[in-house]
Design a protein around this ligand. Structure first.
Ligand code: NAD
Length: 373
């Protein structure tokens, strides 16, 4: 029987509550398919700071390197907010992404038909939205040097961050963008600020050049400010979006709102195996990927058993699809989530005001049951 090694990094707040349900669903789908998962827990974020003094212990990093995939919860919270930038809980996640070179962050923003009314946008605008936002994750402003604050004798200061990209970094994420678009509706929107930033000029040049290898995919370039408006005016015009780190951070959260709730949004962070996307298996396979809900630790509801586990469960489906090449099992989980929603079950975050709601564990139970139809 095949067994997959998965690092389970629950993190803080609701991270543990939602990843527990995601792991259960993986086990249940594995049982039906005759495979098993070996989950190894690792400390990360605030929990790791409390136990070891740092947000990413060496053992956790080694666990990630030796696993086939990482199922991640969320990190951070008020308890650790006072720490300096470099020691904060969130640094643990950034360090894993960098160490494993997970440069492409995939975030689907799908407006489920039965949840259209949970979106803050009008039904006529948002209905049918199905976007994949691909954000470059290991370059740009977040990591560029020089960075820092310089204090002057007169009491004033100067702060600097650097937006820097090499053509190689742009090319590899552009290829991921084209490969993903090819598996969807064959339209790729590359987002930049080429009217102002020289980094964006290079971005546009490289994406255009890579696009010549994908004549079957329609490529358009959009300025980030235009894109931000179009996302809320005409979200259905988008299929796949590829953009650099900072723009992607902001636009993917904006796209997230279209889907109604943070509790519904999955994500995958992938490294260098995009070449295999082009084959019939529709898989990025062969790379360790990190799979996590988009939301944070939700300190306001942590420990109450009311968090929506669907984002984590859909992240587990992405884990099957992209790291383990188990497309049928991924489809099975996504189908189960749809059925449970169609049957009217809702956690608090996606319920109509006054409607009956269920908790985290019950939602997990129902999705496990719905795997069989
Ligand atoms: P958040 O996503 O944790 O919460 C925002 C709002 O959405 C809250 O009202 C919360 O209750 C709700 N929400 C989030 N997930 C939900 C779920 N699964 N079910 C139901 N409701 C849900 O964002 P925040 O409040 O800005 O951040 C809280 C902490 O999480 C901060 O310390 C932040 O740094 C951290 N954070 C971590 C990550 C990560 O680990 N990747 C991402 C974002 C924020």
């Amino acid at each position: 029987m095949a067994s997959y090694r998965v690092a389970l990094l629950a993190g803080d707040g609701i991270g543990g509550e939602v990843t527990a349900q995601a792991a259960r669903v993986l086990e249940a789908v594995g049982k039906r398919a005759g495979v098993s998962f070996e989950f190894t827990p690792g400390l990360i974020g605030g929990a790791a700071i409390d136990a070891t003094g740092g947000p990413l212990p060496k053992q956790t990093l080694e666990l990630c390197r030796s696993s086939q995939a990482i199922l991640f919860g969320a990190v951070g919270g008020p308890k650790w907010d006072h720490l300096p930038q470099e020691e904060r809980a969130e640094r643990g996640l950034l360090a894993i992404r960098k160490d494993l070179d997970l440069y492409a962050n995939l975030r689907p923003a799908v407006c489920f038909p039965m949840l259209v009314d949970a979106s803050p946008l009008k039904r006529s605008v948002v209905e049918g939205t199905d976007i994949m936002v691909i954000r470059e994750l290991t370059g740009g402003l977040y990591y560029g040097e020089p960075r820092g604050i310089e204090q002057f004798a007169d009491g004033s200061a100067r702060a600097v961050n650097t937006m820097v990209y090499t053509s190689r970094e742009i090319e590899r994420v552009a290829r991921t963008g084209f490969e993903v678009a090819r598996k969807r509706r064959r339209k790729l929107t590359s987002v930049d600020k080429a009217n102002v930033l020289v980094v964006s000029t290079l971005w546009r040049e490289v994406v255009t050049r890579v696009g010549k290898d994908y004549p079957d995919v329609t490529l358009e370039h959009l300025l980030v400010d235009n894109c931000s408006m179009a996302l809320v005016q005409r979200p259905t015009q988008f299929d796949t979006i590829v953009t650099e780190n900072t723009f992607g951070d902001i636009l993917s959260d904006e796209a997230a709102i279209l889907a109604g709730s943070m509790g519904m949004l999955a994500s995958a962070s992938l490294g260098d195996a995009s070449a295999s996307l082009g084959d019939a298996s529709a898989s990025l396979g062969g790379t360790v990927g990190l799979y996590e809900p988009v939301h944070g630790t939700a300190p306001d509801i942590a420990g109450q058993g009311v968090a929506n586990p669907i984002a984590a469960i859909l992240s587990a489906a992405m884990l099957l699809r992209y790291s383990l090449d188990r497309i049928d099992d991924a489809d099975r989980i996504e189908g189960a989530v749809r059925r449970v929603l169609e049957r009217g079950h809702r956690t608090r975050d996606i319920a109509e005001p006054g409607a009956k709601t269920i908790g985290t564990r019950e939602m997990g139970d129902l999705i496990v049951d719905a795997l069989d139809g």
